[in-house]
Design a protein around this ligand. Structure first.
Ligand SMILES: Nc1ncnc2c1ncn2[C@@H]1O[C@H](COP(=O)(O)OP(=O)(O)OP(=O)(O)O)[C@@H](O)[C@H]1O
Length: 932
């Protein structure tokens, strides 16, 4: 071979080797690439299979071919094994667990098949809870290896609104869903506890036709398509009313109020056409949605695009009639329950309506106002109690921080007293005496509040009553005394709150759990008397009323004022600071001005024994009409009181009773009973002042000038009551024989009184000198001992004491003189020897007596006559006085300017002690005759 050939061969060979190597390399590369491609394909299939879920992937036409390829067999097998593993827990327990949960959360009609309940009427009243979930169908997880069904239920009432979105093909299914849920709810609760409103943008009638029989019982209202705003207004009004009238005990929602549901649920079904509502409606709907759940307002919104920031359960019904809902998420397909049988729905609604009517016509009695168990409620944030019924549903009255005070009006005979009994009974049965105290004042003549205090026939009393005032009509001061007491209590509470660094009673109760801080409700019936005159009493009453009305709310002090004609009460309407606080208005038939007239004339049309209860200062949307049960006939309030009286804590004292027609008995008075012998400066009791404690009018007989007492007036009886009360109270403060009494009866009218007093004092072991005006006995002139002589003797003794020449003990001496003025001419006569008059002696006795323990208790039959006994213009020696039938202006010389406004009235005196008082007080003289 030539070298050339050889080289060629080598080149070829080498090329071949190269080609071989290249081919080998290329072959390797291709194999490698095929391998990688297959792996990549497997990965991609796995991603797709796992991404879509095994069953979707198997059904996917794109994947059908590849998945038949044996290459991907292991991928599918692996994914299926993993799926089974992943679902194991769910497959084994999930559906059963869900069924169990739904079963528990959805008792009765809330989840059972319609055969079990449709056509019957519910008995649940909310007191034993409300189903948490309401069934809509069955769910399945299509991607689960072995799809098992489980019940699907949605949260409703008080928890979430319902939003249903359908496709045009499935709208009927959506409506069936709504109808089914409505019937579950309607059939679960007592008829009346669920009310339905329907608004359909497209039609006036025709939506949810099966429900129409509910209309006649007022349980279904179909709203005009053009008037959505009216429905929304109505719902907003309800929300407001519930806030002011029901949610007063600090409850956040009606559901939190224990016992029977206080307000029905109102379900508003809004059927739309997938177009947005007008902006203003949208906004109003959002507000209703936001605040409605707490107030029992439930929205079912169908095919209306809406965003609401409150809990909403959304159910989407697809064109194939299956659904998804937010409760179960997108992976669960919901097979909605089939529609209820078409004819059964109206029949069921008719049965509900009928039962409702029956309930409505059954009249709510006083017993129906009462809770099953007394004294279970707490009053920390307020008190609330039904006073009547509307359509068989209780209508509550609430007093709390937001509705502090109530005004009740209605002409005579319209049932105010009865309403007060219903209210007080309802409250007293719910709150224990530690939670609620009552102060009850009745200005009416008659004894309508006497029932609350122990009486002769019925010794029971209302344990909550701390004060009962009856027949107060002339003693308007007692109304002022009550208001002053409340104002003081308010201040005491405010001080305690301040110490605990809080502002309200509710917080104070939290900070001071051991303290006793009941709510105080003060009722004043016929309160117009309080403002009856243009005088000092009205001025004080107005000022105190304003104080309590404005600041009572946060200290738990509530006023309930009632009157037959509130319209003309200037003291009430004259100050906005007063009447604006009376947000609770209760109008009986034909009441004037209680409600915000003329817009709100609901009281005009009101039937007998009904009332409009309004917690919004009487504006129309706040009206709730209530039929008030008879609470005064036998077996109603009296029976309740007897029961509560038996339950009362043993240590609870009886209420204080103030009876304007009763004469206070000296011996029965706590202030009298508290007197003990041995006092250096004895206290004289002159009568009973008109105050809440029933205390006595007192004067201290200290050894200081001026400590004499005058009674001014023409009536012996009034004067005798005062003088005897004074003398007997003094006697009680001395040991037997430790004081000397001189009783001078100078006018015949007073004789029996004076005799009785003398007997009484002697009976207690005291030395009593009886002195006539003149001594007519057949005795020598210089031994005669009439009033003049006694006065001269006392004057002489006092002169000697002052001169230091008196020998003997200075024993307390009390001169009780009936009709001092009758002795005036006798006293004016000059002594033939000394040229001194008895008047001088008398004035000396007044002037120097008290410091030497000699005090005068004298009755003068007129103010001028008293002046005649005293040095001209100098009246200081009469330090205290009590005047009866004397006009105020005549008393001006003896007391402050306020005496001017005094107009005398029977059996009442005006009392002033210049050492103790800045203003005079009205006093009721004692009955001392009953004393033993
Ligand atoms: N809801 C009622 N059901 C039955 N009877 C009632 C009802 N309310 C009041 N009555 C009766 O009507 C009468 C008058 O009622 P009540 O005394 O409550 O009226 P009032 O407005 O307080 O009248 P007055 O101011 O004249 O006392 C009473 O005999 C009472 O028993």
């Amino acid at each position: 071979m030539s070298r050339r050939d050889d080289r060629l061969w080598r080149i070829r060979a080498s090329l071949e080797r190269f080609h071989g190597a290249v081919a080998a390399a290329l072959g390797n590369a291709a194999r490698e690439q095929r391998g990688i491609a297959a792996e990549r394909a497997r990965d991609m299939v796995e991603v797709m299979v796992r991404g879509q879920g095994v069953d979707r992937a198997l059904a996917d036409p794109v994947l059908a071919g590849p998945l038949r390829n044996p290459l991907f067999g292991p991928v599918l097998a692996h994914a299926m094994a993993d799926r089974v593993e992943a679902f194991r827990d769910w497959s084994e327990q999930g559906p059963d667990r869900l069924a169990e949960i739904v079963g528990e959360a959805s008792p009765g009609a809330a989840s059972q098949p319609h055969e079990a309940w449709l056509g019957g009427t519910g008995t649940a009243d909310g007191s034993e809870g409300v189903p948490e979930l309401w069934r809509i169908g069955d769910g399945e997880v299509p991607s689960a290896p072995e799809p098992r069904r489980f019940p699907v239920a949605v949260p409703l009432l008080d928890q979430a609104h319902l939003h249903v979105a359908s496709a045009p093909e499935s709208r009927a299914t959506a409506e069936s869903l709504v109808e089914g849920l409505l019937l579950r709810v309607l059939s679960h609760f007592q008829p009346g506890l669920v009310q339905v409103h329907v608004w359909d943008v497209g039609q006036l009638t025709g939506s949810l036709p099966g429900l129409y029989p509910l209309t006649r019982a007022g349980l279904l209202t179909v709203h005009d398509p053009a008037r959505l705003h009216e429905l929304l207004d109505e719902l907003s009004d309800t929300i407001r009313r519930v806030h002011t009238g029901v949610l007063v005990e600090g409850h956040q929602s009606i559901r939190a109020v224990s016992g029977r549901r206080a307000e029905p649920w109102r379900i508003a079904v809004l059927l739309g056409n997938r177009q947005a509502l007008k902006e203003e409606h949208q906004q109003q709907l959002q507000r209703v949605a936001r605040n409605g759940l707490a107030c029992g307002i439930q929205l079912f919104i169908v095919d209306i695009p809406i965003t609401v920031n409150s809990p909403v359960e959304t159910v989407r019904v697809a064109a194939d009639h299956t659904a998804t809902c937010t409760m179960t998420g997108k992976h669960v397909r919901v097979l909605l329950d089939p529609p209820l049988p078409r004819h059964a729905v109206p029949r069921a609604c008719a049965a509900i309506a009928e039962k409702r009517e029956e309930r409505r016509s059954r009249f709510g009695t006083f017993a129906d106002l009462l809770p099953e168990e007394p004294w279970q409620e707490r009053s920390a944030a307020g008190v609330v109690a039904p006073v009547g019924f509307f359509d068989g549903d209780p209508v509550p009255v609430a007093l709390g921080d937001t509705s502090p005070h109530a005004l009740i009006g209605g002409p005579s005979g319209s049932g105010k007293t009865n309403l007060l009994y219903a209210m007080l009974g309802s409250l007293a049965a719910r709150y224990s005496p530690d939670e609620l105290e009552l102060y009850l004042l009745d200005f009416k003549e008659g004894v309508s509040f006497a029932q609350f205090a122990p009486g002769r026939k019925d010794p029971s009393w209302l344990p909550h009553a701390r004060l009962v005032g009856v027949n107060v009509n002339t003693d308007r001061e007692f109304g002022v005394a009550l208001l002053r007491f409340l104002a003081d209590e308010m201040r005491r509470r405010a001080d305690a709150a301040k110490r605990h660094e809080v502002t309200k009673l509710e917080q104070l109760r939290e900070e001071d759990p051991e303290g006793r801080w009941p709510r105080v409700v003060a009722v004043i019936d016929e309160f117009q008397y309080l403002f009856g005159e243009r005088d000092q009493v009205t001025a004080q009453a107005t000022q105190l009323l304003e104080d309590v009305a404005r600041r009572g709310r946060s200290q738990g002090i509530h006023l309930v004022l009632s009157s037959q004609d509130v319209a003309g009460i200037e003291g009430f309407w004259g100050k906005s600071a007063i009447f604006e606080q009376f947000t609770v208005r209760i109008a009986l038939p034909k009441a004037r001005r209680v409600l915000a007239e003329p817009q709100n004339d609901a009281a005009v049309e009101l039937p007998r024994w009904h009332a409009v209860v309004n917690h919004e200062s009487g504006v129309r949307p706040g009206n709730r009409v209530a039929r008030v049960p008879d609470a005064t006939k036998r077996g109603t309030f009296d029976a309740l009181q007897a029961e509560l009286h038996r339950m009362r804590p043993e240590e609870l004292p009886e209420p204080i009773l103030f009876d304007g027609s009763r004469v206070p008995v000296l011996g029965g008075l706590a202030d009298f009973q508290a007197l003990r012998p041995g006092e250096a400066s004895p206290t004289v009791l002159l009568g009973q002042v008109i105050d809440v404690a029933g205390s006595a009018a007192k004067v201290r007989f200290a050894r200081t000038p001026g400590r004499n007492t005058a009674v001014i007036g023409s009536m012996a009886e009034d004067a005798a009551g005062v003088l005897a009360g004074a003398a007997l109270s003094l006697a009680r403060q001395h040991f037997e024989g430790g004081a000397r009494f001189t009783v001078a009866c100078l006018v015949d009218d007073a004789r029996p009184h004076a005799d009785r007093l003398v007997k009484r004092l002697r009976g207690q072991g005291f030395e009593v000198a009886e002195v006539p005006l003149k001594d007519f006995r057949e005795v020598p002139e210089d031994e005669r001992r009439g009033f003049r002589e006694v006065v001269d003797e006392h004057a002489k003794r006092l002169r000697e004491i002052n001169a230091g020449t008196f020998e003997g003990d200075v024993v307390p001496e009390y001169l009780v003189v009936y009709g001092v003025d009758a002795a005036q001419s006798l006293l004016e006569v000059k002594d033939e020897k000394t040229r001194a008059t008895g008047v001088d002696s008398f004035r000396l006795l007044l002037k120097h007596g008290p410091e030497n323990r000699t005090h005068l208790l004298g009755w003068w039959r007129g103010a001028q006559r008293l002046k005649n006994s005293l040095p001209p213009g100098v009246y200081d020696d009469i330090g205290s006085w009590i005047a009866f039938d004397v006009q105020g202006k005549e008393l001006l010389s003896f007391g402050p300017e306020q005496v001017m406004s005094w107009s005398p009235r029977p059996r009442r005196g005006l009392f002033f002690d210049r050492f103790e008082h800045s203003r005079p007080q009205v006093v009721i003289p004692f009955d001392t005759g009953e004393e033993s």
